[in-house]
Structures are given as C-alpha cells and as structure tokens.
Write a protein that binds this ligand. Structure first.
Ligand SMILES: [Zn+2]
Length: 398
C-alpha cells in the first residue's frame, strides 16, 4: 500500500448528497482520505504519487449488501453448491470475489456460507492474501430443518437458534442471517409464511442485539416478512413478493429493503442455473411479474432501500440499472449502491461516501452514469484502501 497518493478526478460524485464536482482532487494517506474537493481548493502534498483519472467519473466503491462468496447461480442447485467441501468452496470464492471487485464492489455483505468460509475469506482479504471486496460476514445462515436456505445444518427451537447465532458470533460474524420465508431457487411452493415461530426469531434478534449487531432476514413478503419486522430485524432480504402493507410496516419500523434483482432478472441468475426446472421457472416468472408491478411503487414509497447481487458476481451495475428502469433517478440509484448500502450494513462511518477520514474506496467510470446509467458497465479502475486493485500496469496489487 502506498503511503500518500493524489487522485485527480474528471468528475467527482462523493455520494454525500452534494452536487458532482468537475476537476477534483483526493489526497489519500495510509488508505484513508486526507483531503478532498475542487482541485483549486486542495493543495497536493509535494512529491506525492499522482493517479490521473482526469477523464473519468469517480464515485465511491459499490456496496453489495447481499451475496454469497462461493455460489455461482448459473451452475444451478445453489444449496448443493453451499454443501460442497471447504476446498472447492474456497477456490470458487476467490474467483468470484475477484470478479466482484473488478466490477466495482469494494464492500460486500455475505449472507451465509458453510465451514465459516466467509469469516476466513474476510480475514484473508484484509491481510492481502487474496483480492476481494471488504467483507461483512454472517457465518452459517440460520434455517429451520424444513425451511428454505437450510444447507448442512438446521436450527430448530429457541435454544438451537440461540446456539447457532452465538457460535457464528463467537467465530467473528458481523451480523446474524436468518431464513424466514420460502425462496425461488428451491423446490416446493413459495411460502410467505414463517418457517420460524415468533420466539425462535426473537432469539436470533436478541442474540445479535446483545452482541452489538443486528439480524438480517431472508423474507419475500407476507406474514413471514411482517413477523421479522415486528421482531426487529434490521434488513429484509429480497422482498420480491412484498405488498404495500409489508412495505408500510418496514418504513414505520425503519427496516431496510435489500433489493436483489439480478438473481431473478438477469440471464446469469437462477434462469441460467435452474431455468430448465419448470417449477422453479414458473415461480421465477411470477416473482418477476410481481417485481415489475410493485417495485416502482415500493421504491417511491419512502422505504429505505439498498441492493445486492445475491451471488450474480460482478453484476452490481445491473442492480443499479434495474433501479433506474423501475423509476429511481440515476442519482438515487448511485446513492443506493454506495451510501445507503453502507448505512444498511452499518459501516457508513468507514465507507459509502468519499469524505475526509473515510477509507479511500473508489471507482473510475468511463462516461457519466448520472446521464446514462449504462455507464456503470464501464468501471475502468477500482481503488480500495487507497490502492489500485488491478487495471493499471505496475499497480501494487491490492
Ligand atoms: Zn442470498
């Protein structure tokens, strides 16, 4: 990692809510932003290394709020993938995370892995052993033995849920993930009732809370989603079947909606992997229709929202493009992928905006995504902790 570096930005979008600035400078020291602003107002330290992005649109690195490091949905049978041994899982994860980083994701929240793989990955990335986004991890997802999301372990009853949450937290998980409703990619009807009782769900939320963190719930809508919100989960994952009443309750309680569009809508999502299974394809078409019908209203409702790829690696740009297709302004889509994501994952003191004191995580784009959100597909350079992560000859490799 270089000690001091000056980054010249053609256009700077800092995601604080301020207007974009033409011709800006960012001074980075020891991986953090030391000074930032219009070139005329920032004095670069003498002799500092200059990274010239004068022809680029520079914005914070993207925050993917929901993914799994080891899964590739296009290979099908996602739960089967999760249940493989730790070595194939680790190898798959390193390739996947490299792809995410290259497409602009510098922070990623992992929503369940077996073998505590995500905890090891987080620490290996932080130590510079493998490249990847900064990870926030859950350890094992808590799923009922007969519920969606159950991989190698099921957790039934208040005591097992509590023990599962505590074991994850003991190993160093950042948050607790619990599966409440059914899902699209597993067989069987897509239930919106809760796989867990109120008492079991409450135990997960309590354990997270007592450890100083929060629980995140896989919930598509209906009674299961509402139970999770009533019991105080911080984020609702997916919400593809949420109705207006569900969203109103989330807004009232301050729960975040984590949209995951690519897994349902992108051809590399469930369609590529499990699309030949007519039952899954029917469920997915239904979910797609519901998203297209209801999300324009949900996203305009005032509910807090952010995005995640749910393992469609490298597709955060698609998430933001889908927000725009569903009526969100390009500016608000960029904020959802940066500042809001950091707030939802509770790391906004460190990342999500480009401000003095925060980590120097930023991406350089060819074109202007405020004018054409399609430009998000042209991330030309990724900087994490002030260091270039590939893309330039002679970079320092992180
Ligand atoms: Zn997921």
């Amino acid at each position: 990692m270089t000690s001091t570096r000056v980054i010249r930005c053609g256009t700077l979008f800092d995601a604080t809510g301020a207007e974009p600035v033409r011709d800006a400078l960012i001074v980075v020291a020891d991986g953090r932003i030391e000074a930032i602003g219009p070139a005329a107002a920032v004095t670069p330290p003498p002799g500092a290394d200059v990274l010239d992005l004068g022809d680029r649109f520079v914005m914070p690195g993207l925050v993917d709020c929901h993914s799994h490091a080891s899964i590739v949905p296009g290979l099908g049978d996602q739960l089967g993938q999760l249940c493989r041994g730790p070595v194939p899982q680790a190898l798959a994860a390193t390739a996947n995370l490299r792809r995410d980083l290259g497409a602009g994701t510098t922070t990623m929240r992992i929503m369940g892995e077996e073998h505590f793989l995500d905890i090891e990955l987080r620490d290996a990335i932080a130590a510079g052993v493998v490249p990847g986004p900064r990870l926030l991890v859950a350890g094992r997802g808590l799923a009922a033995s007969n519920g969606h999301g159950r991989a190698l372990h099921g957790y039934d009853g208040v005591d097992e849920v509590r023990r599962g949450a505590r074991e994850n937290l003991r190993r160093g998980a950042n948050h607790v993930k619990i599966f409440i409703t059914g899902g699209v990619s597993s067989p069987g009807a897509m239930s919106t009732s809760s796989a867990y009782t109120r008492e079991e769900l409450r135990a997960a939320v309590e354990e997270a809370d007592r450890a100083g963190t929060y629980a995140a719930a896989h919930a598509h809508g209906g009674a299961g989603l509402r139970l999770a919100v009533e019991e105080g989960v911080g984020t609702i994952e997916h919400g593809a079947l949420a109705d207006d009443e569900d969203i109103a309750l989330m807004t009232e309680r301050g729960a975040w909606l984590i949209c995951t569009f690519a897994i349902f809508l992108h051809p590399e999502g469930i369609e590529q992997g499990d699309g030949r299974n007519p039952v899954i394809m029917d469920k997915m078409r239904w979910a797609r229709r519901r998203v297209d019908e209801r999300f324009p209203r949900h996203l305009a409702s005032g509910v807090r929202f952010a995005c995640g790829t749910d393992s469609v690696h490298g597709r955060m740009p698609f998430e933001l493009q889908t927000l725009v297709r569903l009526g969100v302004s390009p500016r608000d889509a960029l904020l959802a992928g940066t500042r809001a994501g950091a707030q939802a994952c509770r790391v906004d003191a460190e990342v999500g905006t480009l401000e003095r004191g925060k980590r120097a995580d930023l991406i350089a784009i060819e074109g202007n995504p405020l004018v054409d959100i399609g430009a998000m597909d042209r991330v030309r350079l990724v900087v994490k902790d002030g260091a270039v992560c590939g893309g330039l000859p002679g970079d320092d490799g992180r």
